[in-house]
Design a protein around this ligand. Structure first.
Ligand SMILES: Cc1cc2nc3c(=O)[nH]c(=O)nc-3n(C[C@H](O)[C@H](O)[C@H](O)COP(=O)(O)OP(=O)(O)OC[C@H]3O[C@@H](n4cnc5c(N)ncnc54)[C@H](O)[C@@H]3O)c2cc1C
Length: 447
């Protein structure tokens, strides 16, 4: 291969994975990685552990510094550098460099890994020094600085999805009071309702946290550049720190302006090679969609696990179609205080869109042998198809260590394993790790 020009925009999970794969596959190519922020190849998923203090320095969240990525992978890395525009016809990108100069860089192949932006109901109207999202390392540092200014902060978190709950778990020991505001009566949308109720009960058992469902943000008040209170459904809520954790929106505006096909959910439309509607432009990560293993249709999975795979697949397919993106199940886990919750596949509501011979099963086992003094309950919520007998979705909730079992269930769904076969599997028994009869052996669409 000659000196092909590969340009990758976005240096987080998808962009960094794409860049690393390109450097292996195309050692002769010139590879440029463009990142708007200061960091590349960083761990966004680990940010809650930085907030809790378990990870002590932001530097520990960088898998590669820009210099190390450039040195080890032979990639030209440009931080504080932004893609402004794409000219598809000329195969050229209009770029704003860190020193303020604007350049036009030609590309043979372009990978858009511009990720997502934090969804916000306050930020469009308000610029406040104590209003945050948690999306990247700069956000994490800003929240930390604000926490250091308040020894006994009162904090409001808007949202109650998995990231909101991870933030709540991280910050609870550091704050005096915490209020979670969510649009629904139960936290953790998308998870099975019984697990959501368990999370709510855990919240209610904590003196320092309150949970509120609301329908409308009505007003806010500011003083000296700081947000002092927000009014939700007629009630004013004051706080020292406000964090929005309301999910993400694909960051596809530049791609859309260039005339690439954009889906209704704002993702860049791609085929299974991660190729966009333009043959020389690929997309990867939160800015695009994956495919659901069960429906086999496009589905939005804003997860690092999927973003990394997409980056690698996009890189592999730049010059020849070699690989299809594997389908995903949206397997996710989190810890909320001392409760671990994990899910994979469909919840009951989603499963109804797939078939109608459904069966839901709820099980309670112990997490380790029932004779062990430290055993804890483990709850299983399963959605199955009766004919053929297959698992479509699962949620697990229990104490520390419960979440890891979800991978077996993800495999069973992904490989369409017959439930009888699953029950006959030779599962581990060791008192410290499992009960004599583990939940896997009890999953049954006929009971
Ligand atoms: C707190 C938290 C916890 C999480 N936990 C998990 C977890 O446990 N498991 C999991 O799988 N996922 C988790 N995620 C989700 C995961 O982090 C994202 O799915 C992943 O970061 C997506 O990677 P990405 O590269 O597609 O996009 P992003 O991380 O959004 O990065 C996109 C990058 O592109 C850059 N960029 C955007 N536009 C431009 C432009 N015009 N020019 C130049 N650069 C640009 C941005 O600066 C950014 O760095 C978590 C996320 C957060 C915030």
């Amino acid at each position: 291969m000659g000196k092909a020009q590969i340009l990758i925009i976005g240096g987080s999970a998808a962009g960094a994975a794409a860049a690393a794969k390109c450097s292996r596959l195309y050692p002769e190519a010139q590879i440029k990685l463009v990142e708007n922020g200061d960091y590349v190849a960083f761990g966004a998923c680990e940010l809650p552990f930085y907030l809790s203090g378990r990870i002590s320095s932001i530097d520990e969240l960088q898998v590669f510094t820009p210099e190390k990525l450039a040195d080890k992978k032979k990639i030209d890395v440009f931080t504080r550098t932004r893609l402004l525009e794409i000219d598809k016809r000329k195969q050229e990108c209009h770029i704003l460099l860190a020193d303020g100069t604007e350049v036009h860089w030609a590309y043979d192949k372009l990978i858009l890994a511009t990720g997502s932006n934090a969804r916000s109901i306050l930020q469009p109207a308000i610029r406040a020094s104590n209003l945050f999202a948690l999306k990247n390392l700069a956000d994490g540092q800003a929240i930390m600085r604000s926490l250091r200014q308040h020894t006994s902060a009162k904090i409001v978190i808007l949202g109650a999805g998995y990231i909101a709950l991870e933030i709540a778990t991280a910050l609870l020991p550091r704050v005096a009071a915490m209020a979670l505001f969510n649009r629904s009566d139960l936290p953790l949308p998308g998870f099975a309702n019984p697990a959501r109720r368990m999370v709510l009960e855990s919240i209610q058992a904590e003196d320092k946290i309150t949970y509120h469902s609301y329908s409308e943000l009505e007003d806010f008040s500011m003083r000296d550049g700081r947000l002092t209170a927000i009014k939700l459904d007629g009630i004013w809520q004051t706080a020292d720190i406000f964090i929005e954790a309301l999910g993400v929106i694909p960051n596809s505006a530049v791609a859309g302006a260039a005339g690439l096909r954009i889906n209704a959910d704002a993702t860049i439309a791609c085929n299974r090679s991660m190729q966009s509607s333009n043959a020389n432009i690929f997309a990867a990560g939160d800015v695009t969609h994956g495919w659901h293993r069960l429906s086999r249709r496009p589905f939005y999975f804003p997860l690092a696990s999927t973003a990394r795979k997409m980056g690698r697949v996009a890189a592999a397919n730049l010059f020849y179609a070699r690989e299809n993106l594997p389908e995903s199940l949206g397997t996710t886990a989190l810890r909320f205080l001392n409760l671990e919750i994990a899910r994979t596949g469909y919840n009951a509501e989603q499963a109804k869109t797939l078939c109608n011979n459904l069966r839901e099963q709820q099980l309670q086992t112990t997490d380790i042998a029932s004779l062990m003094p430290e055993k804890q309950p483990l709850y299983w919520y399963l959605v199955m198809q009766r004919h053929p007998q297959r698992l479509l979705g699962a949620t697990l909730a229990g104490s520390i260590g419960a979440a890891a079992r979800i991978n077996v269930l993800a495999l069973a769904i992904s490989e369409k394993i017959d439930l009888g076969q699953l029950r006959r599997t030779d599962f581990l028994y060791a008192p410290e790790y499992s009960p004599l009869i583990d939940g896997f052996e009890l999953i049954d669409a006929d009971k």
